[in-house]
Design a protein around this ligand. Structure first.
Ligand SMILES: *[C@@H]1O[C@H](CO)[C@@H](O)[C@H](O)[C@H]1NC(C)=O
Ligand SMILES: *[C@@H]1O[C@H](CO)[C@@H](O)[C@H](O)[C@H]1NC(C)=O
Length: 362
């Protein structure tokens, strides 16, 4: 009996020590996160069609995890890869390593009206890349370093709107921001005529994709772990007002892009591996994961599938395509519609997926 008592006290002390250790070393102070339930997303969900398994692979083997895709007026396709390059595909189909920036931290990019490439660098801020090379447009806002610039769009007046996913965690620690579930994201504006950067919105839940509406009356900015995208009005009378554009998305929105017809394409991530959503409701599980990052690889769900949806300007999902098992594409982070095709970027693949939007699929 004595030895049993001794043993159980010993066990309790050990467990207590481990828990204290976890709490002490945990880099997060987590909140509970509500993942929209299947019943909530039911009306907006798409039925699985595995259409993304039918992509043709552009630049296969040449493109190391191309997160985003942009296309210029001449039809040249641009992307930024994990090996620090801006690469492009000419109309004749040949790929070129165009400009070397360095790092593994280049994310969203867009082509400016002057033909330059504007790219988000999670280390440096907002960059402009032209034939002459790269320069930093915005590295600080309100005297704070911009740490995790994520996606950018240019308005016709030349202003650049871009997101900061997290002011607390870096690109490689992005899942800690999800686990902490406290909003550290921002929507920023860079005004090139003043060379000035300002904060438009603060406290966003992992601000990710940014797009402009067809008439440029509003921006749409996506909050990944709130499974929603917001409208930020730019028109004079209601400038700065925000509304919900779409919520209860059947995945965490990544990049968003305007399509020809005024609708938007959004790439959706499965944040959590199947069956593990309970983790987001348990603070101790979150601390445990944050303390032992290796465990996180089991929990992160982005490699299990891929999904993209088209959302009309009224915020209704009209169609969607997926790869339900991630067989061909997973971790699809962006979707660009161009000349009746979709171009799909991914933080997992070594190519850009290209899909025809034929009448049989729409
Ligand atoms: C394709 O076009 C680019 C740019 O115009 C050119 O530099 C390249 O040599 C062309 N490649 C082929 C195979 O024609
Ligand atoms: C813009 O401002 C930054 C500092 O805020 C400065 O380093 C940079 O040289 C300026 N760029 C131009 C083109 O004036």
């Amino acid at each position: 009996m004595d030895s049993l008592l001794f043993f159980s006290s010993f066990l309790i002390v050990i467990l207590l020590a481990i828990s204290l250790q976890i709490l002490f070393f945990s880099p997060i102070s987590p909140d509970i996160l509500e993942i929209p339930s299947a019943s909530k997303t039911f009306t907006t969900s798409i039925t699985s069609n595995n259409y993304l398994q039918r992509v043709s692979k552009l630049g296969e083997g040449f493109l190391d995890r191309p997160e985003d895709v942009a296309v210029d007026k001449m039809g040249v396709v641009y992307t930024a890869t994990r090996d620090g390059w801006i690469k492009r595909k000419h109309k004749n189909g040949t790929w070129e390593s165009w400009k070397y920036i360095g790092g593994d931290s280049l994310l969203g990019l867009t082509v400016s009206s002057t033909g330059d490439i504007i790219v988000c660098d999670t280390q440096e801020g907002l960059l402009k890349v032209s034939e002459d090379g790269a320069s930093v447009l915005a590295s600080h806002v309100d005297d704070e370093k911009i740490r995790f610039a994520d996606d950018v769009v240019e308005a016709s007046d030349g202003n650049l709107y871009f997101s900061v996913a997290s002011t607390k965690f870096g690109f490689l620690e992005w899942y800690l921001d999800v686990l902490e579930a406290k909003p550290h994201g921002q929507l920023l504006k860079y005004d090139p005529s003043l060379n000035q950067t300002s904060v438009l919105l603060d406290n966003l839940a992992f601000a990710n994709g940014v797009a402009l509406s067809a008439d440029q009356d509003y921006l749409v900015v996506c909050e990944s772990w709130k499974f929603r995208c917001l409208k930020y009005w730019l028109t004079d009378e209601i400038k700065g007002q925000t509304d919900i554009f779409i919520d209860n998305l059947p995945g965490a929105p990544d990049n968003i892009k305007l399509a020809q017809d005024g609708s938007f394409w959004i790439a959706l991530l499965q944040l959590t591996a199947p069956g593990l959503n309970f983790i987001h409701k348990s603070r101790s599980s979150k601390h445990l994961l944050a303390t032992f990052p290796k465990l996180m690889n089991w929990v992160i769900g982005v490699h299990h599938q891929a999904m993209v949806v088209n959302v009309a300007a009224d915020g209704k999902i009209t169609k969607g395509f997926d790869d339900s098992t991630g067989k061909v594409m997973s971790f699809v982070t962006s979707v660009l519609e161009y000349e009746d095709h979709l171009y799909l970027g991914s933080l997992h693949c070594d190519f850009i997926g290209k899909l025809p939007l034929t009448t049989s699929t729409v």
